[in-house]
Design a protein around this ligand. Sequence first.
Ligand code: FES
Length: 172
Amino acid sequence: MLELTVNGVVRTADVEPEMPLLWVLRDHLGLTGAKYGCGISICGACTVLVDGEPVRSCGFPASAAAGRKIVTIEGLSAQGLHRVQTAWIEHEVPQCGYCQTGMIMSAVALLAKHPKPTDGQIDDAMSNLCRCGTYARVRKAIHGLAGSPAAGDAGAAPERADAPPAPASGQA
Ligand code: FES
């Protein structure tokens, strides 16, 4: 039995320790915000934060996250209105949207480290792939957030402390 702290709540899952964190989150804990993309830790659709650092959860053993603070997109804001999400709406960043959970989680981690990131820092941090080519709008939205209050960012207590939804079968 694996014990994980996800979005401020201690959760247990009866899984093999080497199971990728993505599948524990999606299939065992019902948190389907992080997406399966390439499956080889490249595209970043599965990005979540572990102790404030963005990780590709499709290639990250769940046991490596035990005892650490995991934040998924569901943990940013109960209403989906974390400041990065709001900026994404304002700048109409998403197109198909599939990659955007990972983009947002990477941006949250970036802004926690660099409140006013340079283009170079954005390029280094935002290695997520977007087949719709939203990169210019991602950069614009991040620049728009530069220097704004960082409450609820990676490393801070998540805004959402309520229990996550009941485990879902299948994938969203
Ligand atoms: Fe479609 Fe990025 S918005 S893959």
